[in-house]
Write a protein that binds this ligand. Structure first.
Ligand SMILES: Cc1cc2nc3c(=O)[nH]c(=O)nc-3n(C[C@H](O)[C@H](O)[C@H](O)COP(=O)(O)OP(=O)(O)OC[C@H]3O[C@@H](n4cnc5c(N)ncnc54)[C@H](O)[C@@H]3O)c2cc1C
Ligand code: SF4
Length: 480
């Protein structure tokens, strides 16, 4: 397993083509906007090397028996699934943001199931290829980017009917030693902090779309891959130097548009090739795992609740009954989310490949709650924080001899509470509910692993209505 320092060094060796603010970045690792996101991923390496977190953060490879980081593991039992949820909460609480490494873990697990299922039906050899690749990932303790979401163009049209055929990633050429792919993947979490990028289809497909039914892995610096970094609200505060205005001084996340400009993929890295009948299964397996992964939001919720309680105490309102009740409500919502990710793990099952899958219905119910509760938690946090959270002057004004004394005098609440501490906690709440971390805590909660409607479709498909009708009819004496 890598140490956080080795992880950082390994990223320096990558030759990524990354653009931000219209310019190519020569040094991604030390860029002030991106570095906090690298530090958040590095936390997954740091905790795995600490004895107190060994049980949650590490396990044994089912292929080699060696100790590995859980982020590269294929779940072998229910306990593995439950520990995955606990790991998500732990890291969410430790970083207060998206630590990015789950998408790759969820992709590996989904592929372990679907490559096996394709082989059973079509007599292919994807599973063998995949397990060899997995061993390579585990041996090197790599971070993988899970790339599912295509730009999708006109959403009412399937891939093959798009006016621009590149709106979904597809095969443009077949060669003796591999394939050439073209297209893009949008919103890619942690893309430039990853060693590998694993591509999957994003929707169910029919035969006409078979060139789009493709899954493969590439080194993140493979020739022809281009990264264009997405903006986050308040991102340029990170360029202001040593300032507490960023809210979270240590960690952050990032997303990118990843373009595949005719990229060659050798056969040994191809895990689905035109088996369109398995595209929906891969999407559903990945989505269910990733919906479980939103245990991270519970950890970030822990931070928001802690910040809200602290703000209340600094303001002298922590004993007011409505404030206490709002804190109870925040905890109720947050722990309800925790129940969902533990429940879908505890009710998991073994797939024919041997991999353990989460309960699909419960994973979708959990994610549906995730699309709502962090917004309500944020509303309550902003209520408790007060308006200063959004009207507070710049850190420089606090430092300035002309203005600092006024800010110090008028933003003071009570003896024993340094004004600076009050400012820090309010900036953290701003960061989580309006700033860079709100990308992960709010909008990603809404759309990540599929927009709310995607979960409602899965709930309607997986819930057993007939059983419920039978139960009701039996109790009131209906015999049909
Ligand atoms: C911060 C963040 C991080 C992310 N990280 C990753 C990642 O690491 N990897 C990855 O693969 N993806 C990632 N995603 C992508 C995420 O899965 C998508 O945002 C999600 O699937 C929604 O797709 P979209 O953003 O294109 O929205 P759209 O598809 O445009 O959806 C917008 C609205 O239109 C509706 N809609 C869309 N299509 C249809 C249709 N055909 N019929 C009816 N209604 C429709 C939706 O239900 C929704 O209400 C991330 C997203 C975010 C915001
Ligand atoms: S949003 Fe959560 S589940 Fe998704 S990659 Fe980030 S930390 Fe992991």
């Amino acid at each position: 397993m890598m140490t956080p320092e080795e992880y950082e060094e390994s990223l320096r060796k990558l030759d990524l083509v990354v653009y931000m603010f219209g310019k190519r970045l020569e040094n991604v690792v030390d860029n002030p906007i991106l570095r906090p996101s690298m530090k958040a991923v590095a936390k997954t390496y740091e905790l795995a090397n600490l004895p107190e977190y060994e049980d949650i953060m590490t396990t044994r490879s089912h292929i080699t028996g060696k100790k590995i980081n859980r982020f590269t593991h294929i779940h072998q039992n229910i306990e593995d699934l439950v520990k995955k949820s606990k790991m998500g909460r732990l890291l969410g609480r430790a970083t207060g943001c998206c630590f990015q490494r789950c998408v790759g873990m969820d992709t590996l697990n989904a592929l372990s199931i679907v490559t096996y299922d394709i082989d059973k039906k079509h007599g292919t050899e994807y599973s063998k290829r995949f397990l060899k690749y997995l061993e390579y990932v585990q041996e090197n303790d790599f971070t993988c980017d899970g790339a599912m979401t295509d730009p999708k163009g006109d959403r009412s049209l399937p891939p093959h009917k798009q006016p621009d055929p590149d709106q979904y990633v597809h095969v443009v050429e077949e060669k003796e030693n591999g394939i050439v792919v073209r297209g893009a993947k949008a919103h890619q979490t942690g893309a430039v902090n990853s060693h590998e990028i694993i591509v999957m289809p994003t929707i169910a497909m029919r035969e006409e779309d078979k060139d789009y039914a493709v899954s493969f892995a590439l080194p993140s610096d493979a020739e022809g891959i281009i990264y264009i970094i997405g903006r986050q609200s308040c991102d340029t505060r990170k360029l202001e130097g040593d300032t507490i205005d960023t809210g979270n001084l240590l960690y952050g996340g990032h997303e990118a548009l990843v373009v595949f400009d005719d990229v060659f993929v050798p056969w040994e890295r191809v895990f689905m090739y035109k088996e369109y009948d398995f595209a929906s299964s891969l999407v559903e397996k990945f989505a269910s795992y990733h919906r479980q992964s939103y245990a991270c939001k519970v950890g970030v919720g822990d931070v928001l609740i802690g910040a809200s309680q602290t703000a209340a105490e600094y303001n002298g309102v922590e004993k007011a009954s409505h404030i206490k009740d709002k804190i109870v409500e925040m905890n109720h919502l947050n722990e309800t989310l925790y129940c969902g990710c533990i429940a879908c793990a505890s009710e998991g099952h073994k797939e024919p490949s041997g991999t353990y899958s989460v309960n699909t219905l419960l994973a979708n119910v959990h994610k549906q709650n995730v699309t709502r509760f962090p917004y309500e938690l944020s509303r309550l946090a902003q209520d408790i924080a007060g308006g200063l959270m959004v009207t507070m002057p710049n850190n420089q004004d606090f430092k300035s001899p002309e203005t600092g004394k006024w800010l110090e005098k008028y933003y003071k609440t009570k003896p024993g509470v340094p004004t600076e501490n009050r400012m820090r906690i309010l900036r953290l709440i701003e960061n989580l509910t309006l700033g860079t971390a709100a990308v992960g805590y709010l909008t990603e909660s809404m759309h990540g692993a599929g927009s709310p409607q995607a979960q409602r479709i899965m709930i309607s498909r997986t819930v057993n209505l007939e059983e419920k009708k039978r139960a009701a009819k039996k109790l009131c004496g209906i015999e049909e």
